[in-house]
Design a protein around this ligand. Sequence first.
Ligand SMILES: *Cc1c(COP(=O)(O)O)cnc(C)c1O
Length: 344
Amino acid sequence: MYFASDNTGITHPKIMQRVVDANTGYAMPYGNDEIMGKVRADLRTLFEPPDAAIYLVATGTAANSLALACYTEPWQTIFCAQYSHIEEDECNAPEFYTGAKLTLIPTPDKMAPEDLAAAIARRPKGVVHMAQSGAVSITQVTEHGSVHTLEEIRALTAVAQAADLPVHLDGARFANAQVALGCTPAEMTWKSGVDVVSFGGTKNGCMGVEAVIFFDPSKAQEFEYRRKRGAHLFSKHRYLSAQMEGYLADDLWLEMARMANDACARLTKGLRNHGAEFLHEPQANMIFARFPRAVHQKLQAAGAKYYVTGGDVATGPAVEMLACRLVCDWAMSDDLVDQFLSHF
Ligand SMILES: *Cc1c(COP(=O)(O)O)cnc(C)c1O
């Protein structure tokens, strides 16, 4: 019962097969392989702009950091939500690659447009003593499992645009958000004012690949230099390309996201029936909930893997409610969800 994250499961066999299929004969290195040509064409079709600049890297941290670096000067600051992955989980890689600092917008989950506007207003342009306003980074799905509506994305990008600031979208769980919203990739990104997106693959069934998509192709050359200088240009690149090609083929990426979101909905319903409290309303494939210590103890004794954030499971009153995070990936079966719920 692995609910710790959506990177604990297996790579989808169809994607693994694409990697095996790619493992024959010779291919040009460094992104000049034929499969990458198809990936570029597929992603341009999916996102619509025919001239989008498209690159692959192996980690989401690299995707975020390198994408932001193309839109940030070292004397600037990047605006993001308080609990953003770029703030909490990337060991200062965004600061390392951009040379900039982060300005955290206080919020339990999503940034509010007025808070973003206020943070930008506190940094007047041209004052040499202050960090200058740089990119705005939005996370979709958020770190707390909720999904920005298109209106919410547009409200944030409107604030950025009014201050002439570029917008990055951390889409490590892009597919889960898209399935939840039922919109198109274009609507969730450039049609809503996003300039560059980290398009996740790893958390949704790939082995290790993320795409960086620039809707302004003039950023292409700079990204290439930065990726190489940052040691993220893969030599045997065809194995990254093959994963992304398999991910997109026959809408496998959406099928997997639907499976993950469905498993999460089943778990959410069961938890609700058992009286669990929710810290955030689950909208994709992540749950933040509270239930009694005694249940956590039973689950852990049964081998369930997940992060408890609310306190010590081993000692304390049995009825005390402890918070935890539960994440479902595409491979999470109804049986495993039901097995988890049987311990309540
Ligand atoms: C997992 C994740 C990433 C990428 O993490 P890596 O471990 O570097 O691949 C980026 N953003 C969010 C919101 C994530 O959940």
